[in-house]
Design a protein around this ligand. Structure first.
Ligand code: SF4
Ligand code: SF4
Length: 341
């Protein structure tokens, strides 16, 4: 979904979003080279190449729908086709149909990346697989299957997503309040006209309009983004303990799953000697010395690798695992990830 690293994640954002959330352009966000959509490492296994990670129906704020419509390209055709179904067509924007949302919440743990019938209505063939790539929403911009910085990177994108989503939502509500939504049964052309007007309204916003829109939630999310970004390249804490979610066999040793089933770390089997010493009591440097003494094949760099992949964490670290932070930003997941250090 992300496509193309940092520039891809923020490129073509409407200017008012970056005025309300300047961190999106001021901070150096990770490029996420491992999430290389043009040569998707997940296509084939574990994801179906016919859908990859786009087993998803994004909620598009009205002004993004309008921006996609006025491009007069494949994306606008896809959006117009989506507008034919009134389910999910609202003054806020275009959300997933209710039946789709119910099925997604029920089956996403097993069907994400696999169920072809869930393919996004805006999907097209090609490297980025997205007909509305320039106008995609916060989730599609910030979702990465792998994170070059591991768990700290995942945490950063979750808070960036929260900030971007809050701003998107604020602008979508402003458009609805100023323009008034069409009648639910109005023809598609009327809805398309409404969304085009939303896009124009956002284009015309001035700095004074935006100052009035700054609210405590956005300010607090901006501060949180700066804080989590500052911790991106932090050192391994002195004392860590294993939090292994899954162990899989691998030709080169073992594959250990920490924070995400899709970003495991592969290490020789002697990693278990090290994990046994990382007991959450003694400092990791001492644990490493003991492990190397017991098995000289243990490497010093493994501690950092294990830390970045969430295979070892502070004992007090809550269960910050990969989650389905979708359009509605599941509050439980968000709180859990935001509160983890
Ligand atoms: S799974 Fe999605 S985000 Fe990851 S590389 Fe493939 S297309 Fe990109
Ligand atoms: S909008 Fe684009 S990136 Fe997002 S799910 Fe659809 S096809 Fe994928």
């Amino acid at each position: 979904m992300s496509g193309g690293g940092q520039n891809g994640s923020i490129r073509h954002l409407p200017l008012p979003i970056t005025w309300l959330a300047p961190e999106l352009v001021e901070l150096e966000l990770p490029e996420e080279r491992a999430s290389s959509c043009a040569s998707c490492p997940m296509a084939g296994a574990p994801f179906d190449p016919a859908v990859r990670c786009c087993t998803y129906h994004p909620s598009l704020p009205g002004y993004l729908v309008g921006r996609a419509l006025r491009r007069a390209d494949t994306g606008s055709e896809r959006v117009l086709a989506r507008l034919e179904d009134p389910d999910g067509r609202t003054g806020w924007g275009v959300r997933a149909p209710r039946a789709w949302q119910r099925e997604y919440r029920r089956d996403r743990e097993v069907a994400f990346g696999r169920r072809v019938s869930w393919r996004c209505p805006y999907w097209v063939e090609g490297p980025l697989s997205c007909s509305i790539w320039r106008d995609r929403n916060a989730v599609c911009r910030t979702w990465h299957c792998k994170h070059d910085d591991g768990l700290p990177g995942h945490r950063l994108w979750v808070v960036v997503r929260g900030l971007m989503h809050a701003v998107e939502d604020t602008l979508a509500r402003l458009c609805e309040a100023r323009l008034g939504a069409p009648d639910p049964d109005a023809p598609v052309e009327v809805w398309a006209g409404y969304y085009l007007a939303c896009a124009e309204l956002v284009d015309r916003l001035e700095a004074e309009d935006l100052l009035a829109l700054e609210d405590p939630e956005i300010l607090s999310l901006r501060a949180r983004v700066r804080e989590v970004h500052g911790a991106l390249h932090g050192e391994v804490p002195d004392v860590v303990a294993p939090q292994v979610a899954e162990v899989r066999e691998h030709p080169d040793g073992v594959e250990l799953v920490g924070y995400s089933p899709w970003n495991p770390v592969v290490l020789p089997r002697s990693v278990f000697v090290l994990l046994a010493e990382l007991d959450g009591e003694r400092p990791w440097r001492e644990a490493l010395e003991r492990a190397v003494a017991a098995d000289p094949s243990v490497q010093a760099g493994w501690v950092e690798l294990l830390w970045r992949h969430g295979v070892v964490r502070r004992k007090s670290d809550p269960d910050a695992t990969w989650g389905f932070e979708g359009d509605d930003l599941d509050p439980d997941t968000l709180d859990r990830v935001l509160s983890s250090g």
